[in-house]
Design a protein around this ligand. Sequence first.
Ligand code: 5AD
Ligand code: SF4
Length: 456
Amino acid sequence: MTQKYRNIRPVEKSQWPQLYIETYGCQMNINDSEVVLAVMQDSGYSLCHTIDLADVILINTCSIRDNAEQRVLGRLDLFRQQKKKKPSLKVGVLGCMAGRLKEELLNHPAVDLVVGPDAYRQLPKLLGMASQGNKPIDIGLNPKETYADLSPVRLDPNGVSAFVSIMRGCNNACAYCVVPFVRGRERSRDPQTIEREVREVVANGYKEVTLLGQNVDSYLWSNPQNPTDCLNFSQLLEIVALVDPTLRVRFVTSHPKDMGKGVLYTMAMYPNICNHIHLPVQSGSNQILHKMNRRYTREEYLEHIVSIRQILPDCAVSSDFIAGFCDETDQDHADTLSLMNQVQFDQAFMFQYSERSGTKAANMYHDNVAENIKTQRLNEIIALQNKHALASNQRDTGKTFEVLVEGVSKRSNLEYYGRTPQNKVCVFPKATCTIGAYVQVKILRCTSATLLGVIT
Ligand code: 5AD
Ligand code: SF4
């Protein structure tokens, strides 16, 4: 019999110390928590789902914007209350905030240990030190660590969709971004271990895999025995697509300065690679793109869009935007809106610029767009994007899509939700299908966020 998880130990087995993990931030962090769970489970811990049961709480953190950090600090205050109720409880801070805030975190009364993204193998040992009353910290970045040999313990409760990291770190230096500082130099994972993990995922009944990297287009593996023997991202994508034609393959994040047509041709060749590309543009103004050190122009970005639409006519494109970066003028902002009108993105993540200490922007530029102007520009971006998302969804009305059933709709027990290959969420009456099945759904109605349909 196949198993849905690499055995999350049942909570009832309370002879095991109980571990509670909370994750903030991106999909990479979710997958890191799965790696952490693998390490902890191998040392005899068992996952629990409430902090009241926990002997150890690990909080996997995100530093990308200030509000992400503030949420974590709020949670630490709550964990401090919990420690008053249960003095033996240990609390560890993991992830991106660990390396950025180090001593500040160690001095927090709730925190017993601080562990950076490349030190998760040390967690059991560090917890042992914490239980002897020490406050250990390991935030060293290890340019070789890819956790390639570990099989993550999947946290997806539905057992349908799994994340597989193909690389760690980032070698870009986008002026606003803290990621290269907190996650270190880019390193690509051995493709054999990626393929093995994807096969494991399939054997365990998963139907979809998302390959993760800060910049998947710069994935490059060279054979240590023969460095001229190299493998790039489109070749890796092909290997993964060939594992099983019924496995859906997705990937994030693409970078406009590195994405080549090879990836698009590979996507066109394999129907199981989903027609969706997340290609963050950040701004539509060349001056701002230059200042952000994104290393592409608006025109080059638009050329990618032309290629995508030529090679993959029904491919959805999503993006990220930052409103109110340093020195952004009304004209720069208008350029972003005009780029949005030209591309008409299917989905987007939109943010107000948040200065992060240590970055090039914090060191060299002034965060000089007033908060109210940032908010106003962000609201304009959101309003326009909602209009485009609604129009994109309306174009899908009347069409039929293959949807992978991912779970029961949050709004109604009588409905399932799943996603189309284009990554659009679709809700439909259950009929007779089960979670993990592929169904054909005819779209009858939509909102800007959701397609509503029926199984045909
Ligand atoms: N302020 C606001 N948004 C940011 N992002 C990254 N750094 C910042 C920052 N300092 C956004 C970018 C990126 C996404 C993951 O987060 O849009 O693509
Ligand atoms: Fe940050 Fe740029 Fe790297 Fe993305 S590509 S993680 S935005 S530095």
